[in-house]
Design a protein around this ligand. Structure first.
Ligand code: ZN
Length: 277
């Protein structure tokens, strides 16, 4: 596969200029559409497809602190049970194009992307640049999935979405018939002990029901699986867990963990595989 075309060469992407949507072609150091809109390819190899209206926040997407916490969490093996289950389910096998939606710094992409064309997409430019530097063989995109996925119709065979917001209408457009969205949602008991300590709230989480309802006509649930792992967390790991769970630590939450040197934390995932009919 080393001689395979880079995913950016495959004309699977489309222009994000409002009202355009023409296919993008790789030319020299940019992606260009037939109407002349161009997106520069950064030195690290990634492409920023954000439009001016997406750039209003000084740092769109998750904060770099939260993104790095997520990366450390992964690299310490906290998600190993999830990765193994996803790999066993064939999340990593696709003959067509594969996307890691809201990939952050690309930890799951690196662990699970198949050998064929694979994309990582996130709103945070910081995360995508970091991902691109580590794995130039993939196509890394900065884009706002809430505004639209920058792919042509039916471009994708598999979409991995680990605790990502799911733009159902756009997924229905870009996932080919028979293709799948593998949604990894927080399980009912996810971070139970942490929620109890910090928020005094240990109620079961319920994300699967909502997601099933979101993906109605045009989709079928092809597989469903719940996973749990209990991990001992030291202070540093707890700080990372907080940053992950609450999208950036707030001082009051951190304060409630002061004096806690170790806590066993349940991690729970609900995997929902949705097939496009
Ligand atoms: Zn265009």
């Amino acid at each position: 596969m080393s001689t395979a075309a880079h995913p950016l060469e495959l004309r699977l992407l489309r222009c994000t200029v409002r009202g355009c949507g023409a296919p993008l072609e790789l030319a020299a150091h940019a992606l260009v559409c037939a109407r002349g809109h161009a997106f520069d390819r950064a030195r690290a190899g990634h492409v920023n497809l954000l439009q001016p209206q997406d750039r209003r926040a000084p740092e769109p997407g998750d904060s770099s602190a939260a993104l790095l916490a997520r990366e450390r969490w992964f690299e310490r093996g906290r998600a190993a049970a999830l990765v193994a289950a996803l790999a066993a389910r064939g999340a990593a096998s696709a003959s067509g194009a594969w996307l890691d939606l809201c990939c952050g710094t690309g930890a799951f992409t690196r662990a699970l992307a198949p050998r064929g064309p694979a994309f990582g997409l996130d709103l945070a430019a910081f995360a995508i640049e970091r991902a691109a530097k580590r794995d130039p063989a993939r196509a890394w995109l900065v884009a706002n999935a809430d505004r639209g996925l920058p792919f042509v119709d039916g471009a994708l065979e598999r979409v991995l979405a680990v605790q990502a917001r799911l733009p159902e209408r756009e997924l229905a457009r870009v996932v080919a018939p028979g293709g799948r969205v593998i949604a990894v949602l927080p399980g009912a008991r996810d971070q139970l002990e942490l929620r109890e300590r910090v928020l005094a709230d240990a109620r079961p989480l319920e994300h699967a029901e909502r997601t099933r309802a979101l993906f109605g006509a045009g989709w079928r649930v092809a597989h469903e699986e719940q996973l749990e792992a209990r991990v001992a967390c030291d202070r540093a790991a707890l700080a990372d867990a907080l940053a992950l769970a609450y999208r950036g630590q707030r001082a009051s939450e951190t304060a409630r963990l002061a004096g806690v040197d170790e806590l066993v934390v349940t991690q729970a995932w609900h995997v929902l595989e949705l097939e496009r009919c």
